[in-house]
Design a protein around this ligand. Structure first.
Ligand code: GLU
Length: 218
């Protein structure tokens, strides 16, 4: 199983995210990606098939500013390894971006329901269904991102570790897990998130291993 990294703090997110992905390379993967909320408030998503070094090369001429971000290495289960299927995945409005390790078993039925409501999908992953479902819950129920995540996860059957960014709330990362590991690191005015503690230990020894069914708000 592949990797998740997140950063929220006073520093620049991108260097910590790339370093974190490299620490998780041993887990195996076929593509990598990163989402950052830039200093001008854009939610930028960059993805590449191949190694973390390929992602870095792709990002070389991009705006990688921002002090909040999430990053992912993917091991494809639903859809071929390619940049369209790599994570993060945007929601339809492109206000949300999500990364996911694991499998959403009932993705097909959820996807059909969302397509019937007009949602358009750009990848063949199970993961994109989850970010669209979260957006659907948020918009139709007029609730916070946290409540939308809780409502969406209530509909989902499967295994997941997820992290999600909302461009309208650039001071927050929401993360959740079920049957897939996730660790939160608490530093000095900064937070880290990762699939295991290896990307975090150089910054802080205060770590919290999420339990199944828990949601973290950083
Ligand atoms: N099932 C998801 C996909 O195929 C996530 C795979 C993973 O754990 O990296 O995109």
């Amino acid at each position: 199983m592949c990797g998740i990294v997140g950063y929220l703090g006073k520093g620049q997110a991108y260097p910590a995210l790339i370093k974190g992905l490299k620490r998780l390379e041993y887990r195996g993967y076929d593509s990598a990606g990163v989402a950052l909320i830039s200093e001008d408030g854009s939610l930028n998503v960059y993805k590449a098939k191949g190694k973390v070094a390929d992602l870095e090369a792709y990002c070389a001429d991009k705006d990688v500013s921002g002090s909040v971000g999430i990053a992912h290495t993917r091991w494809a289960t639903h859809g071929e390894p390619c940049s369209a299927n790599a994570h993060p995945h945007y929601s339809s409005s492109e206000k949300l971006a999500l990364i996911h390790n694991g499998i959403i078993e009932n993705y097909a039925v959820l996807k059909e329901k969302l397509q019937a409501k007009g949602y358009i999908f750009k990848s063949s992953t199970d993961t994109e269904v989850l970010v669209q479902l979260i957006e659907y819950m948020k918009v139709t129920n007029q609730v916070s991102l946290l409540t939308a995540v809780q409502l969406a996860l209530g509909e989902v059957i499967g295994a997941y570790a997820i992290a999600i960014l909302d461009k309208e709330h650039p001071d927050e990362i929401i993360a959740a897990r079920k049957s897939s590991p996730l660790v939160v690191g608490i530093g000095a005015d900064e937070f880290f998130l990762a699939s295991d503690a290896t990307p975090i230990v150089e910054y802080t020894d205060k770590v919290v291993y999420l339990e199944d069914g828990e949601i973290a708000v950083l």
